[in-house]
Design a protein around this ligand. Structure first.
Ligand SMILES: Cc1cc2nc3c(=O)[nH]c(=O)nc-3n(C[C@H](O)[C@H](O)[C@H](O)COP(=O)(O)OP(=O)(O)OC[C@H]3O[C@@H](n4cnc5c(N)ncnc54)[C@H](O)[C@@H]3O)c2cc1C
Length: 421
């Protein structure tokens, strides 16, 4: 009789629950349902709008991934998680993402800077694709279903307690709750350590009204060095945009990602050193200034700049060293020329806070990566528990890298959760 019961239990479908109907939750649920069509896969989403972040991502266009198809180079875009992702990217990387979506009839377009968007240029294409593919794979989607707690029972199964009071049991559990605090709480209750969550990908506030008055001016490239709390400076080169509150643009956002934790710990106070002319050596800039001084001796410095910078920015920079609109090149003392040289190549700006970047935002911190096996995304502490997406202590710079880590970790988790013994 006992043998018959065991055989019967073995014949029951494997019950998999995925908590979190975001990019990682959908991708993981689809991968598990496709890998094991006999498994019963349920996706629980707290809100009534699944994939809400995908919908607003990339300014409504969804920057799905980045055209960086070499795992060694790909990992260099992750301030946190690079080491752990190296092996994972050898199993599922950006080329696989492109192929996966193409197999569902969704084609991605590469922009000049490497970012990849759906050819339709709308994130709705990605949302519709994920919802449809999940339904076809047999994933049961339950929206408006917040989970408040999870327990592991003595038999290894999980008991999931919903806010409604309903209890759901499952054999295996994939946690894909993004940066939600309740998700971190569930992981902690199951025994995992959470690296404290702090924001990443933000702009810098600079308390200089004269700089802010240049809002809209952009320079590409600039070289930025960020110095915070006496630590060795972080560096980035790329486009910079002056805004109504300070500076933004890819170089600033990347710097914010690498400096996310240290800036948080220093209450977003730091020093930003800007080289406005990184393509030239300092001595070359000096020679250019001396040449223009000689050639345009009788002309106003404000109107004859000699270096390739937007006119309004040049006027702002010369004003920083006390040059007025009337001053002529001929009368420029050597000392002021040297100060101008320094302003152009290592101008100092005080950061006094962070601003929002609407196109992409991510949280660094989350489940400690040492506690996760990145071959399968399974917990090293709790058998049957898996993780994917932003709940992990992984985050990338702007450009499609955050979704890429969600697709990768979710794909590996989904396959393993449905097929491993
Ligand atoms: C404005 C914005 C734009 C972005 N644009 C881009 C971009 O273009 N490219 C890019 O690579 N990255 C982008 N990102 C980052 C990217 O959106 C995230 O990295 C990605 O969404 C993480 O996916 P996830 O599934 O792990 O988490 P999420 O997308 O946050 O999904 C988690 C889901 O879990 C649900 N959930 C949480 N707790 C519970 C619970 N207790 N019970 C049930 N459900 C729960 C949430 O409601 C949510 O739907 C953007 C982020 C923002 C905010």
């Amino acid at each position: 009789m006992r043998g018959t019961m065991e055989t019967f239990l073995n014949l029951l479908p494997l019950k998999i629950v995925v908590i979190g109907g975001g990019a990682a939750g959908f991708f993981g649920a689809i991968a598990s349902a496709q890998a094991n069509p006999h498994a019963q896969v349920t996706l629980l989403e707290a809100s009534r709008q699944p994939l809400a972040k995908v919908l607003i991502s990339g300014g409504g266009r969804c920057n799905v991934t980045h055209a960086c198809f070499d795992p060694d180079r790909l990992v260099q875009n992750y301030p946190r998680g690079a080491k752990a992702l190296r092996g994972a990217f050898s199993r599922f990387q950006a080329t696989d993402t492109v192929a996966w979506f193409a197999a569902q009839g969704v084609y991605l377009n590469k922009e000049a800077d490497g970012r990849m968007f759906p050819v339709t240029n709308t994130s709705e294409t990605i949302v519709e694709c994920l919802i449809k593919t999940a339904a076809v794979a047999g994933v049961e989607l339950r929206i408006g279903t917040p989970v408040i707690s999870v327990k592991q029972l003595e038999n290894g199964k999980f008991e999931i307690i919903l806010k409604s009071g309903e209890i759901i049991n499952c054999d295996r559990l994939l946690l894909a709750t993004g940066s939600s605090l309740i998700g971190y709480k569930i992981a902690r209750e199951l025994g995992h350590q959470i690296e404290p969550p702090v924001p990443s990908l933000f702009t810098f506030n600079i308390a200089d009204p004269k700089l802010r008055a240049l809002a809209g001016v952009s320079v590409n490239p600039v070289q930025l060095r960020l110095s915070v709390g006496g630590k060795s400076p972080l560096q980035q080169t790329g486009p910079l945009l002056i805004t109504h509150w300070g500076v933004s643009g890819p170089a600033v956002l990347k710097l914010s990602a690498w400096g996310a934790r240290i800036l948080h710990d220093n209450r977003y106070q730091g020093k930003l050193i800007i080289n406005w002319l990184p393509d030239l050596q300092q001595e070359q800039v000096r020679q250019k200034l001396l040449a223009v001084k000689e050639e345009w001796a009788k002309k106003a410095i404000a109107l004859h700049r000699g270096v390739d910078l937007p006119h309004r920015l040049w006027q702002y920079i010369i004003a920083r060293v006390g040059i007025t609109t009337e001053d002529r090149w001929a009368g420029l003392p050597h000392k002021i020329l040297n100060q101008l040289l320094l302003e152009l190549t290592q101008g100092e700006y005080l950061i006094n806070g962070k601003g929002a970047f609407k196109e992409e935002f991510v949280t660094c911190g989350g489940v400690n990566l040492k506690e996760v096996d990145f071959k399968t995304m399974s917990s090293r502490l709790v058998p049957g528990l898996y993780f994917a997406g932003e709940i992990l202590d992984i985050d990338g710079v702007t450009g499609g890298f955050n979704f890429q880590s969600a697709w990768t970790t979710a794909y590996l988790a989904g396959k393993a959760i449905a097929t491993s013994d």
